[in-house]
Structure formats: structure tokens, C-alpha cells
Design a protein around this ligand. Structure first.
Ligand code: NAD
Ligand code: ZN
Length: 349
């Protein structure tokens, strides 16, 4: 296939709100282990919205001009001379965390917390473009049977899978706080994993309805209901066995820990805007709670799990992915994300 010199891209051009549609050079200069991928579909992450809105985090982490986006699927169209893990024509997605491969974490099975981590679409050009250049180490080969759009959301799906499977959930009562795009993906994973009861807390009514449609057994609006009381009454007075925290909200964390049964497990993915204050004695220590901090995906344990779940038709992402837009209509996607009237949104290239 002929690779053009210019491509479409959505970039963060400069400080301030917004994103710009431009034509720019295709990154054809490949290092020996680099791969050029023709992007088929790219989904919008909360991080992309932060960059679009130019919040405090974005101001501290992003150096414009830079191509946005990092969740995608596509086809390998060119490879560097030493690439051996993929070949031209392969259908791929990509891990976002680019590890150094040399530090203590990388060498002990913890590449996702590499000391020299680079993140696609944050520290270097991303996937909101016709082509993206990535090192082969982060590429993941997709089964050809997986729809392009579904394959593009495996990175956030991996956040959900990593958070949920830090311990088993089968036959357990699980509380999910926050049904944003990742919380919604988590509900689908919990359903398939055979949790006994899925209780979801979410302040946004659109997402509460969606949570129910995807498979939540009980949905709670914590602005109007006492979450702890509902969880207790839904679990024979015992409390939830597992807390999956995906809101990044302090109140949700505190109520979630309070609603956990003694000797229960909490896995925290949500990112908090400021320091959080909890009563460690009552909420964690004397209840013998295990808390896991979750970042990214286990490389590549999480990807094998997702790949097999998707390939074998176990997961159904059709309800979680609520909208798809043509690439050039990206503004519609960002607007819906800002309003919160969506699950996962995917741009088609
Ligand atoms: P999101 O912000 O779209 O979703 C959060 C949801 O929580 C929203 O729907 C919001 O309405 C809801 N919420 C807010 N306050 C609540 C409360 N008190 N009770 C119940 N629900 C409440 O984010 P997302 O993209 O779905 O990601 C989920 C969280 O995970 C975010 O905090 C995000 O920053 C974080 N995240 C972490 C990692 C990681 O590697 N640790 C990766 C991606 C995202
Ligand atoms: Zn490393």
C-alpha cells in the first residue's frame, strides 16, 4: 500500500481550550524497532478531554503542539529493520505505557510502573491521526474477528480488567463507584466474570440507566440515597465483598470503604483531584481491608485476558460504546464527553 506524505490529525496546538484539525507529515522515519500503523478507529479517553479542556493536569503534562489520542486499533503498514513481533498487514492495538525495558520494575514483571515510562498521546504524538509511529514492544496483535471499533477500546477495558482481577470476583457482591466509561466497561467484565451481585453508584442519570442496561443489578444515586445503607440491605447486612473505585471522588471512596465487609478488598483506579482524608483505623486496619492502587494494565497479562475474552465472544461492548463519529466530527465527541451523556465514544478514520 502506498503511504502518503501527509495525513489528517487532531492536535493540541497551543495552551487553552480546544483541539485543532490539521494536515501534517506522516511519521515515516522509523527507528529500527519502530512500527507505522494506519489507524482504523480511535476512542476518546478522559485524558483526551483533560487535554482538550486544558485543565491543571494538562497544563503540567502536555507540551503543544502534539497529536492527541492513545486508544486505537489499526493495521501495520511499515516496520523498522529489526522489528520481529509484528509484520505488515497485522491488525493491532497498542499499550499506552512505553516501558524502558531496563529498570528494576521492567525486569521484575512490573513494566506498567517503569521508572522511565513514556505515555502515548501525553509524552509523544498520539493516535488521533491517520498514522501513528510506535515501538514494537507496546503493540498487541488483535484477532481479525474483533470489530475495529471494539479493538480500539482495549486500553480502558484493560484498566477495568486489571482493577477487577487483582483478586477473584466470582460469586462475590461487588460495589462499583463511578459509572463513567471505565466503570461501565467494568460492569460488563463483572457480569461475564460471574459476580453474584453488581451494585453501582453514579451521580449521573444517563450513566445510571446505561449501567442498568449493561448488567448492574442495583443502581444507586448517592446524591439522593444512602449508599452504605443500600449496599448493606442488598447484601444481607454484610456489606460488599469487593469495592471497585472508578469515580475519583472522595465521598465515593469513603462510602465505598464503609460499605465494604470486614476482610473485603478494595481496588482503586479513580484519580483524585486533591488529597483525600480517610479514617484508616476504622475503614481499613480494624476491618482488615486489602487496598490495591491500580495504574494502567498489567503488561501483558491484562492484554491476554482481554484478547481471549473478545476473541471468544464473551464480552459484549455494543452497549458501552454509545457513540461513533467520523474523525472530522471529533468536536461532537468532546462535547458529549464534557456533558457526560455518553459511555465510550469512538472516532472512525
Ligand atoms: P470519568 O470521570 O468519566 O468517570 C467518573 C464517573 O464517576 C463519572 O460518571 C461521574 O459522574 C462519577 N462520579 C463522580 N462523583 C461520584 C460520586 N460521588 N459517586 C458516584 N459516582 C461519582 O472517568 P473514566 O474515564 O470512567 O475513569 C474513571 C476514573 O479512573 C477517573 O477518575 C480517571 O481519572 C481514572 N483513571 C485512572 C487510570 C489509572 O491508570 N489509574 C486510568 C484511566 C482513568
Ligand atoms: Zn523500565
Amino acid at each position: 500500500m502506498e503511504i502518503p506524505d501527509k495525513m489528517r490529525a487532531i492536535i493540541k496546538e497551543k495552551a487553552g481550550r480546544g483541539a485543532k484539525f490539521v494536515m501534517k507529515e506522516v511519521p515515516k522515519d522509523l527507528g529500527s524497532h519502530d512500527v507505522l500503523v494506519k489507524v482504523y478507529a480511535a476512542s476518546i479517553c478522559g485524558t483526551d478531554l483533560h487535554i482538550y479542556l486544558w485543565n491543571k493536569w494538562a497544563q503540567e503534562h502536555i507540551k503543544p503542539p502534539q497529536t492527541m489520542g492513545h486508544e486505537f486499533s489499526g493495521k501495520v503498514v511499515a516496520v523498522g529493520k529489526d522489528v520481529s513481533m509484528v509484520k505488515i498487514g497485522d491488525f493491532v492495538s497498542s499499550e499506552t505505557h512505553i516501558p524502558c525495558g531496563k529498570c528494576k520494575q521492567c525486569r521484575t514483571g512490573n513494566m506498567h510502573v517503569c521508572q522511565h515510562l513514556q505515555i502515548l498521546g501525553v509524552d509523544r504524538d498520539g493516535a488521533f491521526a491517520d498514522y501513528i509511529r510506535v515501538p514494537e514492544i507496546v503493540l498487541w496483535k488483535n484477532d481479525p474477528s474483533i470489530p475495529h471499533i471494539w479493538a480500539s477500546v482495549q486500553e480502558p477495558l484493560g484498566n477495568a480488567v486489571h482493577t477487577i482481577f487483582t483478586e477473584d470476583v466470582t460469586g462475590k457482591n461487588v460495589l462499583v463507584t463511578g459509572a463513567g466509561p471505565i466503570g461501565l466497561l467494568a460492569i460488563e467484565v463483572l457480569r461475564v466474570a460471574g459476580s453474584a451481585k453488581i451494585i453501582v453508584s453514579e451521580i449521573n442519570s444517563y450513566r445510571r440507566n446505561l449501567a442498568k442496561e449493561i448488567g448492574a443489578d442495583v443502581v444507586v444515586d448517592p446524591s439522593n440515597e444512602d449508599l452504605v445503607r443500600v449496599v448493606k440491605s442488598e447484601t444481607n447486612g454484610d456489606g460488599a465483598d469487593v469495592l471497585i473505585e472508578m469515580s475519583g471522588n472522595e465521598r465515593a471512596l469513603i462510602d465505598g470503604l464503609t460499605a465494604l465487609t470486614p476482610a473485603g478488598r478494595a481496588s482503586l483506579l479513580g484519580v483524585y483531584n486533591s488529597d483525600v482524608s480517610i479514617n484508616l483505623n476504622d475503614m481499613v486496619i480494624f476491618k482488615a481491608i486489602r487496598i490495591y492502587g491500580i495504574t494502567g494494565r498489567k503488561m501483558f497479562d491484562t492484554w491476554y485476558k482481554i484478547g481471549d475474552l473478545l476473541k471468544n465472544g464473551r464480552l459484549d461492548l455494543s452497549k458501552v460504546i454509545t457513540h461513533t463519529f467520523d474523525f472530522e466530527n471529533y468536536e461532537n465527541g468532546f462535547q458529549l464527553m464534557e456533558e457526560g451523556k455518553c459511555g465510550k465514544i469512538v472516532l472512525k478514520l
